[in-house]
Design a protein around this ligand. Structure first.
Ligand SMILES: [Zn+2]
Length: 283
């Protein structure tokens, strides 16, 4: 059976080389899960860079995001090789790709259900993958959610009630994500962890970053609970003063806000105001 494909012309956001890639038409017909992203590995468009392409539901390119971690493309044998043994950071990245890994990290941290389109996955492998992420992102706020492996047929049976989920098709490097935020936090954490060789230490380091993230979350909740409302810039100043650390970026605050909204309380996040947004609402 021939698979219908669509050709997309992509441009590397780093070196501007252009090349076409093919993606299956079914991605658009069965789309149920939020925004579509394509993970472009090194060698697909230009030799050295990997990046993410954002598509709208019709398949038009909405934008690109660079990934600043240099890593070889996953090799087929590495993927086939992932058997019953325990999962390490490097093995998980070989299997899911960097952005696939960041996305699973994000899904587990925020409590989104995740589906991976892949046949013939052993229960042991599935368990090991879940264990790896549960151990690294565990925190007391997120309800543990499973990463589930599915084949194409089961995917078609999924109903819309599951749409607030992450879907990864590792074979075609396609992701559908229920969020729009950049995965900067995840990328920075993984970048640091990859500089370490010891597998256990890598996990400890990622876990440390998650703990720091939760610490920021809790401090933001504390600050906001005591006020009627607060501007994001004031909140960033106050957080830096309270925790005696450099100011966080607005992007990080947005991620913290999203976490609080999903896992702690929506009404807290409503008190955080933004001057630009207020100005736009006023117009
Ligand atoms: Zn390039």
């Amino acid at each position: 059976m021939s698979v219908e494909e669509r050709e997309l012309e992509l441009q590397c956001p780093k070196c501007n080389q252009v090349a076409s890639i093919k993606i299956p038409e079914s991605v658009f017909s069965q789309k149920k899960f939020g925004s579509i992203k394509i993970q472009v590995p090194p060698g697909a468009v230009c030799p050295d860079h990997q990046f993410i392409v954002f598509l709208d539901p019709k398949g038009l390119i909405r934008g690109y995001e660079k990934i600043d971690i240099q890593m070889a493309a996953p090799k087929e044998e590495a993927i086939e090789d992932v058997g019953a043994e325990e999962i390490s950071l490097n093995k998980a990245i070989s299997f899911f790709g960097l952005y696939g890994f960041f996305s699973l990290f994000h899904a587990k941290l925020f409590g989104f259900k995740a589906y991976v389109l892949r046949d013939n996955i052993s229960n042991q492998f599935s368990e090991n993958v879940n264990k790896f992420f549960d151990e690294t992102v565990q925190n007391k706020y997120t309800t543990p959610v499973q990463i589930e492996f599915l084949d194409e047929e089961n995917l078609n049976k999924l109903k819309l009630k599951e749409k607030n989920s992450l879907l990864i098709d590792p074979h075609n490097n396609i992701l559908q994500t229920p969020w729009d935020e950049k995965l900067e936090f995840e990328e920075n954490s993984i970048k640091k962890a990859l500089e370490i060789i010891d597998q256990e230490e890598q996990k400890v380091l990622i876990n440390q970053d998650v703990s720091n993230f939760i610490r920021d979350v809790e401090q933001v909740v504390k600050i906001v609970e005591d006020v009627k409302e607060i501007y994001d810039t004031e909140l960033i100043d106050q957080l830096s003063k309270d925790l005696k650390m450099p100011k966080i970026s607005k992007n990080r605050l947005n991620v913290i806000r999203e976490f609080i909204k999903l896992n702690i309380s929506d009404s807290i996040t409503k008190k955080i105001k933004n001057k630009v947004q207020e100005f736009l609402n006023f117009l």
